[in-house]
Design a protein around this ligand. Structure first.
Ligand code: MG
Length: 262
């Protein structure tokens, strides 16, 4: 920001602050060559950020869209055929993948979001590698944040828990013990495409796993493919999707909410 811009903002702030804060004694004359000497000149009073209750909806922020609170799957459909989601709702307000019924996705489409998801690997799942409690959280139906039980279970690191599948290993492995609840807090910025469909701004993902930074504003190259290189196909808003890996993962989810950004 230039000194001139800063000065303009300061003057606007002074003009709009009247009645909302301390009355300035004088409006200082500021030029591009003069650094402000009065702290009031660099104060900004408007617009005032909206007030949010962080725990306003049974633990979800008051301005969030609650996607799953344990009561129903009304916000979700089958990703296979758009019929009602068939995963299992449990008495503890979680849901579990119903093996073989397919991925589920939100009815609504989203662009850039803050997304909160809690997930739990299954103690009954004693498989190894990619078969041990494999699921995933997809942004815009294409970009997977891997869910996997990596406790005493090595696998390729760009496919381990918290990886952006086949593109970015997590910075650290921050899982809780098998069977305990993990949290993912994901900040996702949607990509932008030009008229020819070329990606001019890559999708960017930040992930906190149990509060630990594991993906730091990573720029994806394209889709997170199982086989082959990332693909770039222009797209608009898309659903959030949860994966049925179709190998009796037993993975459960709870407390899912989203805050659209922009
Ligand atoms: Mg997966």
């Amino acid at each position: 920001m230039t000194k001139l811009n800063f000065a303009i903002i300061g003057l606007v702030a002074l003009a709009t602050a009247c009645g909302e804060g301390p009355e300035p004694q004088t409006i200082p004359e500021t030029t591009q060559d003069q650094e402000p000497t009065d702290p009031v000149e660099t104060e900004v009073w408007t617009p005032v950020p909206d007030k949010v209750d962080p725990f306003g909806q049974n633990g979800a922020p008051s301005d969030a869209i609650v996607l799953f609170d344990g009561s129903n799957l009304d916000q979700w459909i089958s990703a296979t055929d758009s019929t009602a989601a068939k995963w299992i709702i449990n008495p503890d307000s979680s849901m579990t993948v119903a093996n073989g019924t397919g991925d589920i996705q939100t009815k609504d489409n989203f662009g850039s979001v803050q997304l909160h998801v809690e997930w739990r690997s299954s103690p009954e799942n004693i498989a190894s590698g990619q078969a041990k409690s494999n699921s995933g959280v997809y942004l815009q139906n294409r970009y997977e944040v891997q869910v996997l039980d990596n406790n005493d279970n090595p696998t390729y690191v760009n496919g381990m828990v918290g990886s952006l599948y086949k593109q970015s290993p997590p910075l650290v492995m921050a899982s809780v013990p098998t069977g305990s609840w993990n949290t993912y807090d994901i900040i996702y910025h949607a990509p932008e495409f030009d008229a020819e469909g070329a990606m001019v701004i890559a999708p960017k993902i930040t992930v906190l796993h149990n509060g630990i930074l594991i993906q730091d504003n990573f720029s994806l190259q394209g889709t997170t493919e199982y086989i082959g290189w990332p693909k770039v196909n222009a797209h608009g808003p898309g659903p959030i999707k949860l994966q049925d890996h179709n190998d009796h993962s037993g993975v459960s989810y709870r407390n899912i909410w989203v805050r659209p950004l922009n």
